[in-house]
Design a protein around this ligand. Structure first.
Ligand code: ZN
Length: 164
């Protein structure tokens, strides 16, 4: 099988992942590392959670107009969520309307991964590209960001294998 969520990681690391898959232990290993279950089940709770994180880490970024779960959002490679900044003229003023969409599958993900994806999307309020500045911002909000993103990719891989 191809490790489509793990593109770009070092071959030695991927060999370890393949070893866990072959042993049928990938899901179990991820669950052990991230035991705290999902807690955000609806958009009201999601909105509050995102706004609270924004207030803590990204106070200066423009306010969010919308935070939603999106069942059509599929997670591939670097596209972990979407973030749109729609500019429109309103009453003679240019206003930016900012939305964050989180894939619905995060409702069932360990709490650590919800935190990671929200950090990721909040960082996009300031940095568009997945570049050094972007990841520096992610790590400022969540020091364990890179490990969490890798583990999320493991979780997605295990979920596909499980037929979920
Ligand atoms: Zn992104």
């Amino acid at each position: 099988m191809t490790l489509k969520y793990l593109h770009g990681y070092p071959p030695a690391l991927l060999a370890q992942v393949q070893g866990l898959i072959d042993a049928g232990r990938l899901a179990e290993v991820v669950a052990q590392r991230h035991p705290e279950p999902a807690a955000i089940r609806n958009e009201r709770a999601l909105y509050d959670y995102v706004c609270e994180m924004k207030a803590r880490h990204m106070r200066s970024a423009p306010p969010l107009s919308k935070v939603v779960f999106d069942p059509k959002l599929h997670i591939l490679n670097n596209a972990l969520g979407t973030h749109t900044a729609i500019s429109r003229v309103q009453g003679g003023q240019l206003k930016a309307k900012r939305e964050i969409r989180i894939a619905t599958l995060f409702k069932d993900a360990p709490a650590d991964f919800m935190r990671m994806i929200v950090v990721h999307e909040l960082a996009h309020l300031k940095e568009r590209a997945h570049d050094k500045a972007f990841y520096a911002l992610c790590c400022h909000m969540e020091p364990d960001y890179h490990q969490l993103e890798f583990d999320l990719r493991l979780w997605l891989t295990a979920r596909d294998i499980g037929g979920g």
